[in-house]
Design a protein around this ligand. Sequence first.
Ligand code: GLN
Length: 250
Amino acid sequence: MRIRVGHLYPDYLNIYADRGNIAVLSRRAAWRGLELDVEPISTGDHVRPGDFDLYYVGGGQDREQALIAPDMAEKGPALAEAVAGGAAVLAVCGGYQLLGAFYRDRDGTELPGAGLLPLHTVAGSKRMIGDVLLECELEPGVRRTLAGFENHAGRTYLEDGAKPLGRVVAGFGNDGESGIEGCRAGRVVGTYLHGPLLPRNPWFADWVLAQAAAHADGELPTLEPLADTLEAQAHEVSAARAHARGGRYG
Ligand code: GLN
C-alpha cells in the first residue's frame, strides 16, 4: 500500500528538525511493507482534496509564519474538504497555530489561519521553553504519554467543546495555565511538541501512520508492533528531563 503525504511549507516551517517526523513515518511504514510518498506543498501550490492521505506541517519563527500565513489561509477550504474526506493532519507548533483562526504575533500583527482547528493564538512577552510531558487518551481508556520539547511565545486558546491532545504532566502546553496541550479533531492533530516529536513517541507515530493508511485503504490497519528499544529509551530520557526541568519561562 502507498501512503501519500503532503508536506506543507517544508521550505519555511522546519525548525527543531521537524522534518525528522517525516523520516520516522517513512521508516516505520517501510518496516511494515508500506510505501510513503512525500510531496512538498508550498506557496502558490494547489491542494486537491483526495490527493493526500496525510498533511504534515512543522514549526517556524514568526517571520516565516508571516510569509506563508495568507497562502495557508487560502488553502483552508481545500484542506477542510480533504479532512472531511478522511485525510489526516499532523501540525507542529507554528504550523499548529496556523491551523486555527489566527495567530497574533509578537508585533501584534494578526496572521490569518486555515480555520481547520477551533482555536486561536496570541503571542505573549515571555517564551515558553523546555521539555514537555503529556498524558493522552486517543483511544477511550488507553492512557499513554507523549514527550517532547517546546519553544513558543504563542498562547493557544481552544474554543468551548474543543478537545486537547493531552493533559500537561510537566511543561507549559497551550498557554502555561490551562494544563492542556494541543488540539485534536478526529484525524487532525496539532501540538507544540518539537524534538522532533515522533522518534521518541513511537506509539503516536504509529497512530498517525494508521490514520493515514485508513484514508488510503478505507480501513484502519493493525500495524505489527516493532521492538522500539531505542525509541523507548529516548522517551524515558525526554520524560525524565521534562519532570526535572519542564515549565520554565525563557
Ligand atoms: N513563532 C511561533 C511562536 O513563537 C511558533 C514557534 C515554533 O514553531 N517553535 O509561538
